[in-house]
Design a protein around this ligand. Structure first.
Ligand SMILES: N[C@@H](CCC(=O)N[C@@H](CS)C(=O)NCC(=O)O)C(=O)O
Length: 207
């Protein structure tokens, strides 16, 4: 096994970084300077033509899209370690559902909040009404996750999986701006605290 992981701190790569640390498999991390344009250099574009992190190369084959990378890692290295449910089980279907929900539904609403409210986006490109409607949608989605976590410690049941790592990584990031307080969602709050107590998260969260 030879894994190379191209990442940048506080980016989508956190999802994969957390997964790799949970799995405890050897990998070489390559820190990319996105401001300097490392991700647009020809050698990197050969690995990921999208020019984005995370990118993972496993035994010479490159993979992109953090959710897909995490699912790939879970299937290949996580099942035996109890960190990813076996394909074909109900737990596997649920892990997939929440992983894709985070990458598609929640991220879509979160991105629209950012585009329409971030101080880094020029005012003329922002639309307050669209920001407000995205926020309502985002909060409604968090209501669903909160209800899911009401009677179980992790999204697929009693044990932590890489689906929790991906979702909790996103919640960590959303708390830096999109949703500064989780007070409205007590079960999410308790679950993120549980996930963030894990040594793997502590190792990656310092940047
Ligand atoms: N949907 C992609 C998003 C990847 C992405 O947008 N990565 C950003 C960092 S969060 C990036 O590499 N940006 C550099 C650029 O666009 O030049 C994933 O989840 O992997």
């Amino acid at each position: 096994m030879s894994i190379k992981f191209y990442f940048s701190p506080y980016s989508s790569a956190v999802r994969t970084h957390w997964a790799l640390e949970e799995l405890g498999i050897p990998y070489e991390g390559v820190r990319m300077d996105l401001k300097a344009g490392d991700q647009k250099k020809p050698d990197f574009l050969k690995l990921n033509p999208n020019g984005k992190v995370p990118t993972l190369v496993d035994d010479g084959v490159p993979y992109f899209e953090s959710a897909a990378i995490n699912i790939y890692l879970g299937e290949k290295y996580g099942v035996a370690k109890g960190l990813w449910p076996k394909a074909g089980t109900q737990a596997h279907g649920r892990a997939m559902s929440w992983t894709v929900w985070a990458a598609a539904s929640l991220l879509n609403a979160g991105t629209r909040i950012m585009i329409n409210t971030s101080p880094e986006v020029p005012d003329e490109q922002k639309n307050a009404a669209q920001g407000e409607s995205a926020r309502k949608e985002f909060e409604g989605l968090l209501d669903l996750l909160d209800a899911e976590l009401k009677d179980k410690p992790y999204v697929t049941g009693d044990s932590f999986t890489l689906a929790d790592a991906l979702l909790a990584a996103d919640l960590w990031w959303y708390q830096m701006g999109v949703v500064p307080s989780l007070a409205r969602w007590p079960h999410i709050q308790a679950w993120t605290a549980r996930c963030m107590e894990r040594p793997a998260f502590k190792r990656i969260s310092t940047g």
